[in-house]
Write a protein of this length. Structure first.
Length: 244
């Protein structure tokens, strides 16, 4: 499987060979882009010889919370310098709440208000206040099915990230794996990106390719995409922590 960390502003656009697994890392302090073999969460050339600041992370979710599990397990194993300080769900029945409880992570349900698609108004302020009180400095969206708006993004400038089950900008929005199948692509994947006020439109941080196999159904393709999600999200958070 192939992972690509990119910074378009400094590294420029480029292609990578399909038979080579590469990691591109931007070192902010040296404005340096370089490749190294990818072998999961290690090796980590940025963090070698450096005491990485621990990331204080809030996680927002609406569903089962499988990406939360991946992040929590990597954090508790000491593989990533991340402390999950709070999990918030927009549904009292969301599985992510019970999974947070299992890992001993503070978690709470906060109503997202009347809108079915956005987090704004009083609800937005409630989320901001809860995250601030918990000490969150970064926010990871993990299956959070609402658009966050300007006040939220201003509170955590360039520190809100999301994971999406496609190679953005292709197949934005809901059920991206089904969109990929319906369109007939041979390769889809996973994208971690910064969040802006649009829907899956923020700057791309990292992507992983997932081949579409003959006979794939939406369920089988989604399952393989999730396997890569659970690898790439903790890895990206590790790099962001090292660079922040």
């Amino acid at each position: 499987m192939f992972y690509l960390f990119v910074s378009v502003s400094i590294c420029g656009s480029f292609t990578y060979p399909s038979e080579v697994s590469l990691l591109l890392i931007l070192h902010k302090k040296e404005n340096l882009c370089y490749f190294s073999p990818w072998r999961g969460i290690a090796p980590d050339p940025i963090m070698n010889g450096m005491n990485a600041k621990r990331m204080k992370l809030g996680v927002l979710g609406s569903g089962k919370g499988s990406n939360l599990v991946a992040i929590a397990e990597a954090a508790q194993a000491g593989e990533i310098p991340v402390d999950i300080v709070l999990v918030i769900a927009d549904s009292p029945d969301a599985g992510i709440l019970s999974r947070a409880e299992f890992y001993g992570i503070p978690a709470r349900y906060i109503s997202a208000g009347n809108s079915k698609t956005r987090l704004d108004g009083e609800a937005e302020q409630a989320y901001i206040q809860a995250l601030r009180e918990a000490g969150a400095e970064w926010v990871a969206l993990a299956g959070f099915m609402r658009i966050v708006k300007a006040d939220f993004l201003k509170t955590f400038p360039n520190r809100v990230v999301n994971i999406h089950p496609s190679l953005l900008p292709a197949f934005q929005g809901l059920h991206a794996w089904k969109q990929a199948l319906d369109y007939g692509v041979k390769v889809t994947g996973v994208t971690v990106h910064y969040v802006d006020s649009g829907v899956d439109t923020g700057p791309i941080i990292a992507q992983a390719a997932v081949p579409v196999l003959e006979g794939d159904t939406p369920d089988t393709l989604h399952q393989r995409i999730q396997i890569e999600e659970h690898k790439i999200y903790p890895a990206v958070l590790k790099q962001l922590a090292a660079l922040s």
